[in-house]
Design a protein around this ligand. Structure first.
Ligand code: F6R
Length: 222
């Protein structure tokens, strides 16, 4: 929060999903109390499903509007979420990388972690040198995210995601881990070597990362 007030043009990387919702509520509360302004903040979201229109209630664009953006004074031209309906998805990915570069890189990236250890939608096996790209979602991710859809068949099979290198280039990372479903991934993170089979393991090499974890997610390791 201090950063938003002190830094001239902070660039925030944002995640969707259940885990960061509390942080976004906190942002809104502080904004409503007049303690923070988002006027000069630029944001880049980690990912977006392909094929869902911006106003689809399951799109990450819709999520961000509902959970944060429409409640604060951010300038919408500073908000970046990849377009999953772009005609040319590959060039959308390139454009996204360039926009991050032009903004001077991401100052703080908020991250969650998937049950399979994914970060963004970089599934196990994704290259550590990847940049924003189109990804095939793992079956486990489709299952995990089906809770938001009417049925598992409605979950898109692909997404645009910042690459692992894009995430690692962030100056600072805030990794949030919550819930028992993440306990296995956490145990692996602590026990296993850094490997592309466990995308989040690369975060051990980031020079400036803070991890906030709840008891349930830590359970498997006690
Ligand atoms: C979301 C994202 C994903 C989620 C992860 C955890 O933008 O990139 O990596 O952070 O799947 O999701 P939740 O928080 O719903 O458990």
């Amino acid at each position: 929060m201090d950063r938003m007030n002190m830094q001239e043009n902070p660039v925030l990387g944002l995640a969707t999903g259940s885990t960061p919702e509390g942080i976004y509520q906190g942002f809104i509360q502080e904004y409503n109390k007049g303690k923070v302004s988002f006027k000069n903040v630029t944001t880049f979201n980690l990912d977006e499903y392909t094929g869902l229109k911006k106003d689809d209630p399951n799109s990450y664009c819709y999520f961000m509007n509902e959970k944060l953006l429409r409640h604060i004074d951010i300038a919408m031209e500073r908000v970046h979420i990849p377009s999953g309906t772009a005609v040319d998805l590959k060039s959308e990915c390139l454009k996204y990388e360039r926009a991050i570069e032009r903004a001077g890189g991401i100052d703080i990236q908020v991250l969650g972690i998937g049950e399979n250890g994914h970060i963004g939608f970089n599934e196990p096996g994704a290259s550590f040198s990847s940049r924003t790209h189109v990804v095939d979602l793992a079956d486990s991710t489709i299952q995990a995210n089906s809770r938001f859809f009417k049925s598992v068949d409605e979950v898109p099979k692909q997404a645009i995601s910042m690459g692992i290198q894009t995430i690692m280039d962030s100056k600072e990372i805030l990794l949030l881990i919550s819930g028992e479903a993440k306990a296995d991934a956490v145990a692996k993170l602590l026990e296993e070597e850094v490997s592309e089979d466990l995308p989040a393991s690369i975060l051990k090499k980031h020079a400036n990362i803070t991890v906030i974890i709840d008891e349930a997610a830590f359970k498997g390791t006690l």
